[in-house]
Design a protein around this ligand. Structure first.
Ligand code: MLT
Ligand code: MN
Ligand code: ZN
Length: 309
């Protein structure tokens, strides 16, 4: 590859949002982290709900999930704003990793008849299609494309994508009866993006690290990974809810079987926690929990974080 084409195919990543469902601060939350955020304390950056934008030419962009905060994220991100006259958007495609509200409801903000491709597994697209509110995105202009696990596709020229299953559960709004927390199927997927020789993995939700996942990130240059909770019982301990992280399909950052332990051998990759819940103490700059994560070689995503590979 010539130096010119190598630089043309550089993968650019923009973190549009870095928080889990509800963002930081969360509208009805007075936990320690949210109280600091509400009071404007500089130690806690406000965060919108998790989404990543990728591009290889800096002109056309792919969104990994359409967060419910998407409009606010576009307002904060000049490369995603319309150029020229009439209808236009640099956003050419969206990939959904699941059908949760915080990853898919932002599609409703893209309903002004803009040509767009929406990619997801059959399970995820069927969940979206079953909800008639999404019919506001006319299929004639916002076309849906089902992707099989492990099938390579190019949502943007020069950007190769593959989806693979990670352990998870059905979306919260589709839970009924006994919930299997360990399904490895189409409900929760992880995105592998490749441009040139660079590889980025986006896994904002993962219930535990499987051998398959471990093998697939072995040659990743960058890994964005589920940073929802620091400790599994954090929501309960803070009296914010009655579920553990594992019950929500999210493995904890710390502790036995947690992310720091499970992914310790992948220090070759730039490792970044994303989809961070408002209760997570790593969000407080200078906290011992933040120090622990950093000492283990991890970074903490923030809105507006950007880099090229
Ligand atoms: C999750 O990541 O667990 C979901 O986004 C939950 C939710 O929709 O609030
Ligand atoms: Mn979520
Ligand atoms: Zn909170």
């Amino acid at each position: 590859m010539s130096p010119a084409s190598a630089s043309n195919s550089r993968l650019r990543a923009l973190v549009l949002g870095s928080a889990a469902g509800g963002g930081v601060p969360q509208w009805n939350c007075g936990c320690r982290v949210c109280r600091l955020a509400w009071s404007g304390d500089a130690r806690v950056k406000p965060r919108t709900q998790a989404s990543l934008a990728l591009s290889v030419d800096g002109v056309n962009w792919l969104l990994l999930n359409a967060s419910i905060d998407l409009r606010q994220q576009i307002l904060a991100t000049p490369p995603l704003q319309p150029k020229g006259e009439g209808r236009h958007s640099p956003i050419a495609a969206v990939i959904l990793t699941n059908a949760e509200v915080d990853s898919s409801a932002g599609l409703l903000a893209l309903r002004e008849r803009q040509p767009l491709m929406i990619f997801g597994t059959q399970a995820t697209l069927e969940a979206i299609e079953a909800n008639r509110m999404f019919d506001v995105l006319d299929r004639v202009v916002a076309s849906r494309r089902e992707v099989r696990l492990g099938e390579a596709f190019e949502p943007l020229p020069g950007l190769k994508i593959e989806l693979f299953a990670v352990p998870g559960k059905v979306p919260l709004w589709l839970e009924e009866g006994k919930i299997s927390l360990d399904d490895v199927g189409e409900a929760t997927v992880c995105v592998v993006a490749e441009a040139g020789a660079k590889r980025l993995v986006y896994a904002p939700g993962c219930a535990h690290v499987t051998e398959d996942f471990d093998a697939r990130i072995a040659n990743a240059d960058v890994l964005f990974f589920d940073g929802t909770l620091f400790t599994d019982d954090e929501m309960i301990a803070n009296r914010l809810g009655d579920k553990t992280g594992r019950r929500m399909g999210h493995m904890p950052v710390s502790g036995p079987g947690g992310t720091l332990e499970s992914l310790a051998r992948h220090a070759h990759a730039r490792r970044i926690l994303i989809h961070i819940n408002n209760s997570n103490p790593i969000l407080v700059e200078g906290s011992p929990e933040e120090a622990k994560v950093k000492a283990a070689g991890w970074e903490i995503a923030f809105d507006g974080m950007e880099f090229s590979l």
